[in-house]
Ligand binder design. Structure first.
Ligand code: FES
Length: 217
């Protein structure tokens, strides 16, 4: 897909705003890649050129950074992209089983959208949410204590078009492109909403208070 002239004109003021947040233009590359992804759903060759032009970089510079981070995609993924954690704790708690079952249920490969364009998946490393293992993310929002059956239900619900609420964080799940817009630095109205830290996360804090433990100097 080409980045149309209309899209470039629409993105240019937002790109300038992002670049203006940094003392050096090249520091804006990561949010700029998210901005392109919010338009295209991935980062095309045209998207790479757009970033290079905005920042005075070569296309090779942009591609080198782009290819390092798995959050940026080089081809379209689903409207809802799942990340199944298969790092150590989640794996032994069922993450590997979730991933295998999900692949069979959806019948598509990693990073490949379902034929309706709704869902895709990949396996991800630790999401720093081990207290809720096994964890599945959808567009980087948490779904805690998952099982293969719960994950099948989740993707079926997403494909039906019904609203889905993450376990924590934003009360409403955004689409892949909307999420990219937020990651580019243009937040939606949900930043203060949703659940805060849950009991498993706070258990250590409560124990320390009960025991009267203090941080050492
Ligand atoms: S191992 Fe899955 S969140 Fe840490």
């Amino acid at each position: 897909m080409a980045l149309t002239e209309q899209a470039r004109a629409r993105l240019a003021p937002q790109a300038a705003e992002i670049v203006g947040r940094y003392p050096r233009a090249r520091s804006a590359l990561l949010p700029l890649l998210h901005l392109v992804q919010s338009e295209e759903g991935y980062v095309s060759e045209d998207g790479i050129t757009f970033c290079a032009e905005q920042l005075g970089l070569s296309e090779a510079d942009v591609t080198g950074v782009l290819s390092y981070y798995t959050m940026y995609k080089r081809k379209p993924v689903g409207e809802y992209h799942l990340g199944v954690c298969t790092n150590a704790l989640c794996a032994v708690m069922g993450g590997d089983a979730i991933l295998a079952d999900l692949a069979e249920h959806l019948g598509v490969d990693v990073d490949e959208p379902t034929p309706d364009g709704k869902v895709s998946y990949e396996h991800v490393e630790c999401n720093a949410a081990c207290d809720y293992a096994p964890v599945v993310m959808v567009n980087w929002e948490f779904f805690d204590n998952m099982t293969p059956a719960k994950t099948r239900d989740l993707v079926d619900t997403l494909r039906s078009g019904a609203d889905v609420a993450p376990s924590r964080g934003a009360p409403r799940l955004c689409t892949w492109k909307q999420t990219a817009q937020i990651l580019a630095g243009f937040p939606d109205d949900q930043a203060a909403g949703g659940h805060t830290a849950g009991e498993p996360t706070l258990a250590g804090l409560h124990l320390a208070r009960e025991q009267g433990w203090e941080p050492s100097a």
